[in-house]
Design a protein around this ligand. Structure first.
Ligand code: M6R
Length: 614
């Protein structure tokens, strides 16, 4: 993970880099640092903690330089500490580096460098890389650019790096392999960042470095991109940024998470916009349409993903099998990639990823591609690594998701999967025209129903007050709402640090029921369609053991009302689309409980938004 930012140009670099780091804090916030270049030496400031801690620490450093690089860290090698924070300098303090990724073979390189007299002050792999660059520059008598290239050819692992030399305030060198790196091109200035958000207000011209490429950004010259392996020149693919400043600001909300929960009527609508043509009987998705035979003739569809995206994948399995009758398997990407799975060219592998950068999902996909499967991506971040690797795909148009806890990306993913299922079902004739019309019309109504569900916010806030000091939670659901229970539990634990478990409601009696007593809150989804009577029986089982029931039910429900301690009534919809509605109160519940516990909901401890390490 980690976020890197660099600037070289005519403006004062400090505020650009520091503000850029704040926008990238979703990538990790264990430590932060900045290095400024005066033209002959570096000014370095770094600290354990957040970018705000860095600002305090750097209060008195000289900030006039027009070239600087910064870093916000999610610790991998070495504990979060001042020493392990980036940027790192080479032994002779002539080269500085910021790095996102992991150099897997840093141990043997470190050994080699130690034998040549190099010393190391941190526990990081990055300090090894910067010294390897110094080593090549000095022993081979080559330029910094060449030394970076030599070093990167030795490095195994993942990296997005920016490097500069103390004596040269005209140049920054960047390179990437498996970690994202965006370059903004202004007039006589360059911006570098892990994504485009740090420079969105300065330039709309950007390019994304491809794996195995490096670039020299030199003032007064055009960008020079080379292949790391053999130095061949690459033509820059400059594009216009679609991102806007407004999209990445809080817009009056206390937290990004709350803003993103509230954006869902719009983000679901944006995801479906132009894709559902009810009267024409069409779901318009070019990625599916162009490859329809691949999907309909697939021996099976395998969905690979992690975390919340994996929960969306589970709902996708229910949807596609239920409506289109094509077999689907859902796998944790991290397990799939290492368990030697059987994959053939008859398989379709769908990767779901908000960031499009999750290391395990990316690796699983690469493996599936090598084995001949057709690979499809469902990503939120345009031009992300997964989006670029896949044969085809559908973007969720949820807009930037900054809160570490995924909310609007989840419902956008489920919306895409709903449309894919409908499209495949219609095309294979597994549903009639009439059923299609009914379901597609219902799907179109979801943004409205989500809007209505959001009106329950105050009521959910009141309920949340009762559970601020809870130590455990159970989340139960059946059918389509089983993955919603898993997702509800994940949301609660990741932002409030309350232990929570999601279970299929009927599995409760095979173990978790032993946990139920008068102190155990149980969130149970008991909407009218979908095993309603059976879930009602599960509620009775909980009540007879004195558990506290928070039930999410369909508006107007009378039966559960008499049993539950707290009732949350959501609008009715088709059973297969209920997750799009029932997930909303669970997001709000976890949000309010976390806020009341004083937790940092946007940046929960130990987490990062984009998990680019395995
Ligand atoms: O970017 P991705 O969708 O691939 O990320 C996958 C998970 O890391 C992510 O969903 C994570 O579980 C979130 N923190 C959940 O809120």
């Amino acid at each position: 993970m980690c976020g890197i930012v660099a600037y070289i140009g005519k403006n004062t670099a400090y505020p650009i880099v520091v503000n850029g780091l704040k926008r990238l804090e979703y990538r990790g916030y264990d430590s932060a640092g900045i290095v400024l270049n005066s033209g002959s030496s570096f000014t370095l400031s770094k600290t354990k903690g957040k970018v705000s801690d860095l600002e305090e620490k750097a209060e008195n450093v000289d900030k006039v330089s027009t070239i600087a690089m910064g870093h916000t860290r999610w610790a991998t090698h070495g504990v979060p500490s001042d020493t392990n924070s980036h940027p790192h300098l080479s032994n002779d303090e002539s080269i500085a580096i910021v790095h996102n990724g992991i150099i897997e073979n840093y141990e043997p390189i470190k050994k080699m460098l130690t034998s040549k007299g190099f010393q190391f002050h941190s526990e990081t792999d990055t300090e090894v890389l910067v010294n390897l660059i110094q080593y090549f520059r000095d022993t081979e008598k080559i330029s910094l650019t060449e030394a970076v290239r030599y070093a990167l050819n030795e490095a195994i692992g993942a990296y997005a790096i920016a490097v500069m030399e103390a004596e040269n305030s005209n140049k920054i060198i960047v390179g990437r392999l498996s970690s994202p790196l965006a370059i903004g091109i202004g007039k006589d200035e360059f911006y570098v960042a892990s994504d485009a958000s740090p420079f969105v207000e300065f330039t709309k011209e950007a390019l994304y470095l491809e794996d195995g490429e490096m670039a020299t950004l030199e003032l007064g010259k055009a960008i020079d991109i080379r292949k790391i392996v053999d130095n061949t020149k690459v033509i820059p693919a400059i594009q216009e940024l679609q991102l806007t400043l407004e999209q990445i600001e809080k817009g009056g909300y206390d937290h990004f998470m709350l803003k993103e929960i509230y954006e869902q009527p719009k983000s679901i609508m944006d995801t479906m916009r132009g894709r559902i043509l009810v009267n024409e009987g069409i779901i318009q998705m070019a990625g599916i349409w162009d490859n329809l035979e691949k999907f309909t003739n697939a021996s099976r569809i395998i969905i690979v993903s992690c975390g919340t995206s994996w929960h969306a994948g589970l709902i996708g399995e229910y949807l596609i099998e239920d409506l289109a009758r094509i077999p689907v398997e859902v796998e944790y990407a991290s397990e799939f990639r290492y368990r030697n799975p059987i994959i053939t060219d008859k398989d379709v592998v769908i990767a779901i990823s908000q960031s499009g950068e999750t290391a395990d999902t990316l690796a699983a996909l690469k493996m599936a591609k090598e084995k001949g499967a057709f690979i499809y991506g469902i990503c939120n971040v345009v031009d992300s690594s997964i989006a670029r690797l896949t044969d085809a795909g559908s973007y969720t148009h949820a807009g930037p998701e900054i809160g570490v806890a995924s909310t609007k990306a989840f419902t956008a993913q489920v919306s895409i999967l709903s449309m894919i299922a409908l499209k495949l079902a219609k095309h294979t004739g597994k549903i009639s025209n009439q059923q299609f019309h009914l379901l597609a019309s219902e799907l179109e109504l979801i943004p409205e129903k989500v809007e209505k569900t959001l009106k329950l916010d105050e009521q959910i806030k009141e309920i949340s007050k009762k559970f601020v000091n809870a130590t455990n939670f159970l989340y139960l659901g059946r059918g389509y709402n089983f993955p919603v229970a898993l997702e509800g539990a994940l949301k609660l634990k990741e932002i409030s640090y309350i232990h929570a478990e999601g279970y299929p409601a009927a599995e409760m009696k095979h173990g978790p029921i032993a946990l139920i007593d008068e102190n155990m809150p149980v969130v149970i989804i008991a909407t009218k369609k979908g095993h309603y009577e059976k879930v009602v029986s599960n509620i009775q089982e909980i009540k007879s053991r004195k558990g506290i029931v928070i039930a999410v039910v369909t508006e107007g429900d009378e039966q559960v009302k008499g049993m539950a301690d707290y009732l949350i009534e959501v609008p009715e919809t088709s059973e297969c689309f209920t997750p799009l509605v029932t997930s909303i109160p669970l997001q709000l519940l976890s949000y309010h409980i976390a806020v009341m516990r004083g937790a940092n909901v946007d940046q929960p401890r130990n987490l990062a938004k984009s998990v680019t390490v395995e």
